[in-house]
Design a protein around this ligand. Structure first.
Ligand SMILES: [Zn+2]
Length: 543
């Protein structure tokens, strides 16, 4: 009996434990295959090359029965929930990025998510972060032992000639004894411990972006993987508890950035303003807590829709400034935007302005942000009124901004309407609603009834049952005829909205009861899993 207990997810990566019989191992981690599965080494047909033809695979590949099951991109194996999935020869695609992606999308597409993935003879301290990021959970010591036999010294930074051993680059017990083999194994263990920590903090991407630099193949794999939205987007959480570190050119291609841009264009409700003003971002988040934005607010006084131009998100409407990752990203500020950055950012601005026909668009910007705004305005064929003279916070600039808005109607930003649209894709009438209290205990009330509470960490809204009544569709999970005692487990779910992502607020509907809670996995994974917590329940109501 095998059981893969996933404690935390970070896109394709999972942190937890894999158990078989009496034995248990942490994941991502090293599995002692001879101890767990003594027969596996003696099996034949478990080592078919990934590039083998369908005919070869059907003749020579033996998937085994139950767990572990040896899989192949062209195989017709059936895999049970909780099984150990063995993908042989994966080390051969670490230097073939297109094959890596092709085989990975095929395998992940056909095998259910609640299975533990083992890549034999593939993990080195310098490659294992990428392997875990791609959704492999278990590894062995064969690849590092092979490097030891070659006399190589393995670090997370790469594979080095053996003369680096004993040169004070490492102080592990292996190095102290002059034992490279011991060092190489410990280096892999240490890297895996670090990976588990990064997954638990929902920031494995940061580690992978750092680790892959010395190997062009790894950078290529990461970039190609970013293009596989059908694979990655459903398992990318809607919000994370940690800052969004955008320090590389790949940051622009992260799912979170693409999702932000797409939701802005597809979900934003029609603006309550006829005039828009494009403003620069601030290092301090949310922007409105910064000194510069205090000054902008005094000049604008609600007479225009405030849209903040920023990298890598492109555009942040004022009402969304607290929503993840708008209040959570960190970038190196140099004042310089490269061509690629300009092109991506201006396309988000153009997409937004194209959907919202403002009577006037003011650009209170300078430098790269102004250039991006100009490119977007050109694309849309709209005139741009530039109000900044020099730096946007210069008194002359602020006076010009104030004067440009003379006579325009004042309307405050509608945070609740904006966030509900971004989060649930619903346009909700918010007349009579007011935000009460202070962070972290803010709530949205109407007529003395609480409709939503505001999650101070993510800026997202948590609907009460009365709040859910305002959101007509989507984000629903239906369960079998049972009364949940606490969290909802995946096997009890009969249907789940496709659009649900980890971290989303959901409404659970059962026979004679409903519940509010937060999704612990995406909607598609809820339906494909037979194990694990799917919804963390906050409140249950019996009818
Ligand atoms: Zn060492």
């Amino acid at each position: 009996m095998s059981l893969f207990n996933i404690r935390r997810r970070d896109c394709l990566a999972r942190e937890g434990t894999y158990a078989h019989g009496e034995r248990e191992v942490r994941t991502p981690g090293i599995i002692d295959i001879p101890a767990f599965f003594p027969a596996l080494d003696r099996e034949t047909g478990t080592n078919v090359p990934l590039s083998a033809s369908a005919g070869f695979v059907s003749r020579y590949q033996h998937p085994g029965d139950g767990s572990p099951v040896v899989v192949h991109p062209l195989g017709k194996e059936s895999v049970a929930s909780g099984a150990l999935v063995v993908v042989a020869n994966w080390h051969t695609v670490l230097s073939r990025p297109h094959d890596f992606i092709r085989y990975l999308t095929t395998l992940k597409g056909k095998i259910q998510p609640d299975t533990a993935w083992y890549a034999p003879a593939s993990a080195l301290p310098s490659t294992v972060a990428l392997l875990a990021y791609a959704g492999f959970d278990l590894f062995d010591l064969r690849a590092v032992d092979l490097e030891t036999a070659r006399g190589s010294f393995c670090l997370a930074e790469g594979v080095f000639p053996g003369d680096l051993a004993g040169s004070e680059t490492c102080t592990c017990e292996g190095c102290a004894r002059g034992d490279i083999g011991r060092h190489n194994r410990l280096a892999l263990e240490r890297e895996l411990a670090l990976i588990r920590r990064f997954i638990a903090e929902s920031r494995l991407r940061d580690l992978v972006e750092a680790r892959c630099r010395s190997d062009p193949h790894q950078v290529a794999i990461m970039r190609l993987l970013d293009g596989e939205e059908a694979l990655l987007e459903p398992c990318t959480p809607v919000a994370r508890p940690t800052p969004f570190i955008a320090t590389t050119s790949e940051s622009l291609r992260r799912i979170e950035v693409k999702r932000w841009g797409r939701r802005l264009v597809e979900r934003s409700p029609s603006s309550i303003h006829e005039v828009a003003v494009l403003l620069p971002c601030s290092a301090r988040k949310p922007y409105s807590t910064s000194l510069s934005h205090h000054r902008f607010a005094r000049a604008v006084r609600g007479r225009a829709h405030e849209l903040i131009v920023t990298s890598p998100l492109g555009l942040v409407p004022r009402e969304l400034e607290r929503v993840y990752p708008a209040a959570h990203y960190d970038i190196p500020v140099t004042g310089h935007w490269d061509r690629e950055e300009l092109a991506l950012i201006s396309s988000v601005i153009a997409g937004y302005l194209g959907r919202h026909p403002y009577r006037r668009v003011l650009a209170h910007l300078e430098g790269g942000a102004l250039e991006a705004a100009r490119m977007a305005a050109d694309t849309c064929g709209i005139p741009l009124e530039v109000t900044a003279e020099g730096h946007p916070t210069d008194p002359a600039s602020l006076t010009a901004l104030d004067a440009a808005l003379e006579g325009e109607r004042r309307r405050p930003a509608d945070v609740v309407r904006g966030v509900l649209a971004w989060q649930f894709g619903a346009t909700v009438e918010t007349r009579g609603m007011a935000i009460r209290g202070r962070p972290p205990l803010e709530r949205v009330e109407k007529g003395g009834r609480t409709l939503f509470t505001i999650d101070a960490r993510t800026g997202l809204l948590r609907p009460t049952f009365e709040g859910w009544a305002l959101i007509p569709e989507g984000y629903r999970v239906r369960i079998d005829a049972f009364t949940p005692k606490g969290d909802i487990l995946a096997p009890g779910i009969t249907s789940a909205d496709e659009g649900i992502r980890e971290g989303d607020e959901v409404l659970v509907l059962g026979e004679g009861l409903s519940a509010t809670g937060r999704a612990a996995m995406g909607g598609p994974e809820m339906l494909r899993s037979r194990h694990g917590v799917a919804v963390r329940v906050r409140r249950i109501k019996r009818e």
